[in-house]
Design a protein around this ligand. Structure first.
Ligand code: MG
Length: 312
């Protein structure tokens, strides 16, 4: 188990970016599958639709958000929407249905807010995890300023996912990451986030029950309630990055997204030094799509330092 007291802020900031991308890569081959039986848990980055170690749309959209925040801070939603559309036009191997319905409207020239509102009006009950999965760069860009952090978490969600549970879930993840970066325990970070972020009652019930759930009770669907529930459950019921990520990814279903959200939070809790080196060595993915350029873990470290303003 990592000695959390000796984990530095810089190590934790690096851990958020690398941890999120590694969670994505660990969950990638387990997406759409049933939960893995307890005695057969997948503990390595395996090949799936993509080569072993590859990240997916969760991380690609986070990279677009990160680059937008590096160009414009506080967040400029028009700039972010255009970066999402650039990515979308490259034909990503994965893109969520709801995200696709919004981005295709924006690509056709409709404003981001009208596009997001039209999609929401067509499917008023839809509250997917497509904005939560990409949210972590906001926490790194605003780790010194909780007010701006929560505002930009909500705003980045609204560009595609305007539902109140989606925007609240993003603010909640950011609040958890900020507390964990300060070295608070996972239980204290959860309590702090509950005090700092107003959650709609339906989402609040899932968050409050999450640490008490049994593995077999978790559905881990693309519903934002299920994703946040799984990530909090995995973080609060384990004591290392490795075990937490294995638990989140082996839930199957929307495995890459639950493990991405968990990975950002567990990366803040345990730092880059708490992430197994065998996973760090395998992380890879093309960015920008179509460029032929392959990002590896060192690129995520550099990105985390640029976003946070913390350099060696
Ligand atoms: Mg994905």
């Amino acid at each position: 188990m990592t000695d959390r007291a000796s984990t530095t802020l810089q190590d934790r900031i690096r851990g958020v970016a690398v941890g999120a991308a590694i969670g994505d890569a660990l969950g990638m081959p387990l997406e759409f599958r049933r939960a893995t039986p307890n005695e057969q848990l997948v503990r390595d980055l395996l090949p799936g639709r993509l080569p072993a170690g590859s990240f997916t749309d969760d991380t690609e959209m986070a990279l677009a958000l990160a680059e937008s925040l590096l160009a414009r801070k506080p967040l400029n939603p028009d700039d972010l929407a255009q970066r999402f559309v650039q990515w979308y036009r490259q034909g990503p191997p994965d893109v969520g249905l709801y995200t696709s319905s919004v981005l295709s409207r924006i690509a056709a020239g409709v404003s981001w807010d009208q596009s997001a509102n039209e999609a929401q009006q067509q499917r008023p009950e839809s509250a997917g995890n497509g904005s939560l999965m990409r949210n972590w760069p906001v926490a790194l860009a605003h780790w010194k300023n909780p007010i701006e952090c929560l505002a930009d978490s909500v705003l980045q969600s609204r560009v595609t996912h305007a539902h109140s549970e989606c925007t609240a879930a993003c603010a909640f993840e950011s609040a958890m990451i900020l507390s964990l970066l300060k070295g608070e325990t996972t239980a204290d970070a959860l309590n702090q986030a509950r005090l700092q972020v107003a959650l709609p009652p339906g989402l609040a019930a899932f968050v409050d029950e999450a640490p008490h759930r049994k593995r077999e009770e978790l559905r881990n669907s693309g519903w934002v309630r299920h994703t946040l529930e799984s990530a909090i459950w995995a973080l609060l019921t384990t004591s290392s990055f490795e075990e937490a990520a294995i638990q989140a990814a082996n839930l199957g279903a929307d495995a890459d997204t639950s493990a991405t959200v968990l990975g950002a939070m567990a990366g803040a809790a345990y730092g880059l030094s708490g992430i197994p080196q065998r996973w760090v060595n395998m992380l890879r993915g093309e960015w920008p799509l179509g460029s032929g350029k392959i990002l590896v873990a060192d690129d995520f470290i550099t990105l985390a330092e640029k976003l946070s303003g913390l350099t060696v």
